[in-house]
Design a protein around this ligand. Sequence first.
Ligand SMILES: CC(C)(COP(=O)(O)OP(=O)(O)OC[C@H]1O[C@@H](n2cnc3c(N)ncnc32)[C@H](O)[C@@H]1OP(=O)(O)O)[C@@H](O)C(=O)NCCC(=O)NCCS
Length: 170
Amino acid sequence: MQTERIILRPWLDSDAGALFKYASDPEVGPRAGWPPHKSVEESLEIIRTVFKDATNTWAIVLKETGEAIGAMGYGPSCQCNLPAREGEPLIGYWVGRPYWNQGICTEALRLMLDHIRRTTDIKSLISGHFIDNPASGRVMEKCGFVPTGETVVDPEQGKDTPIRVLRLEL
Ligand SMILES: CC(C)(COP(=O)(O)OP(=O)(O)OC[C@H]1O[C@@H](n2cnc3c(N)ncnc32)[C@H](O)[C@@H]1OP(=O)(O)O)[C@@H](O)C(=O)NCCC(=O)NCCS
């Protein structure tokens, strides 16, 4: 999947250095509920486990540099209390901080949504973002997601980090 400036492709072991560079940033993972990566070895392990399913998890690669600068994916709903319908997948994404606010995540999410519409019979997708991370909500809204009006708390994150829930009917 590609646009003029990005490609979505499966993760490769050789992306470990780039993944560590961006995912070790304390401003990235914690906003999505995961801790910053601590070593290139950990990043490689993530590529081989969390990112291994090439049917629903992609690296966001900048064509200009060939570097993986973020992640985009969907999958079974997490254990984070989102009020998902039965079998409704959750989407997730992040982009390295140097590339924020350039429309890259929105572009990547649109690519994935086109792919899901073309290749699956998924009827709806759910996601959520921490209330204090409005940029993520904007990305979803720009792609057609609508707030459900619900707010939930992820038990692993603590009661002071409510999550605003959004859904896209496909
Ligand atoms: C959220 C994230 C993926 C956005 O990526 P991105 O490539 O910068 O997103 P885009 O440029 O496509 O869109 C960002 C939108 O948020 C808006 N935005 C940025 N900061 C904002 C703020 N503090 N308040 C409100 N809107 C904000 C931007 O203006 C833009 O909207 P616009 O096009 O209407 O102007 C990126 O910031 C990130 O990776 N954050 C850390 C991880 C994370 O939060 N992942 C999602 C977990 S739910």
